[in-house]
Design a protein around this ligand. Sequence first.
Ligand SMILES: NC(=O)c1ccc[n+]([C@@H]2O[C@H](COP(=O)([O-])OP(=O)(O)OC[C@H]3O[C@@H](n4cnc5c(N)ncnc54)[C@H](O)[C@@H]3O)[C@@H](O)[C@H]2O)c1
Ligand SMILES: [Zn+2]
Ligand SMILES: [Zn+2]
Length: 357
Amino acid sequence: MKGIVFDGEELRLVEGLEVRSPQPGEVNVKIVNAGVCHSDVSVIDGTIPFPTPLVLGHEGAGVVTEVGSAVTSVAPGDHVVLSTLGQCGACPSCDAGQPTMCKSTFGARDTPFSLDGEAYYNFANISAFSENVVVKANQAIRIPEDIPLTAASLIGCGVLTGSGAVFNRAKVKPGESVAVVGVGGIGLNAIQAAAIAGANPIIAIDTNAEKSDLAIDFGATDFINATDVDTNQEIRKIRADGVNYVFECVGSKALIEASIGYLDWGGTLVILGVPPLGSTVEFMTVATYLDVTIMGCRYGTSRPQTDVTRICELYKAGKFKLDELVSRVYPMEEIHTLLEDMHEGRLARGVLDVCSI
Ligand SMILES: NC(=O)c1ccc[n+]([C@@H]2O[C@H](COP(=O)([O-])OP(=O)(O)OC[C@H]3O[C@@H](n4cnc5c(N)ncnc54)[C@H](O)[C@@H]3O)[C@@H](O)[C@H]2O)c1
Ligand SMILES: [Zn+2]
Ligand SMILES: [Zn+2]
């Protein structure tokens, strides 16, 4: 089996990777396409510390090939999107419909892979940059077969995270004002969800001028090129009082701090970006006197079965863009070119062709 592995120093494509057989509650999925999210890059550059060696990737779609003896939710041949959660289904958070708060979904370290007899960790409970993966059955969410797997591959992280921050976490209402900082895979989905929610204005902010057309196509009403301008002043030219919501989709301490200043009284900052572990931020406490709220948001506060199904329905109804998120599809051999294009800001999302169907 082919896979893209990281040993703490080098990222490489290997042959001969093996994955264990599914246990009773698990399934084996052949990955057809995998999206590359900035969190994968953050493992490579150390922003997100993770034990090595590991198989990278956590955003993918494919076909179920084998199911464990206790699995009834999917069957071999089903097309599925993968969720990174793998919630336990039995704790108070799961019971309350908050699987992102299920304690068993974070920090578990499994080594389902091996290469030349050495154990390899999976990343974010998945490792989508491998021809086959073994995941919990509730991580494999069945989707209609007429949804292209290239497009579907992005639902499992970028789409759920960006759109869920707007729909589930912030619950943006019609006419409320929104700014989205960072027009990458996460930010574009926050923008299109804000447009679906009826927000106005929707101000997209990026340091890469080429993101302007994309942002407008996804529903932004304005674009601010944050290079060499005072972003706060530019926002206030559009809405003098500042905005009701800012979604930080870069993962920068400086931008999180600046974003609090973009808010109107009573506004909400939703932090999606993941700065280096241990980062701290400073803000003027007068913000709290003006009823400002600062929210974290893990994985779009998603309920994967519900949200993946809804996104697929919206896509089929022509109301949610997925194909437009796929800037280019690369063979696994070209992962370094993909990362370079991502770094240069040329991509909405870069997608890997992992296996043919
Ligand atoms: N909270 C979660 O559950 C969750 C899930 C997935 C990803 N993330 C995080 O979200 C962040 C974004 O991920 P992505 O995949 O969209 O990244 P990406 O690389 O696709 O996009 C980042 C965008 O930010 C822009 N940018 C960089 N510096 C900027 C600046 N100073 N001002 C304005 N824009 C700037 C880039 O030009 C790019 O368009 C990362 O930190 C990632 O780890 C969080
Ligand atoms: Zn991700
Ligand atoms: Zn649970």
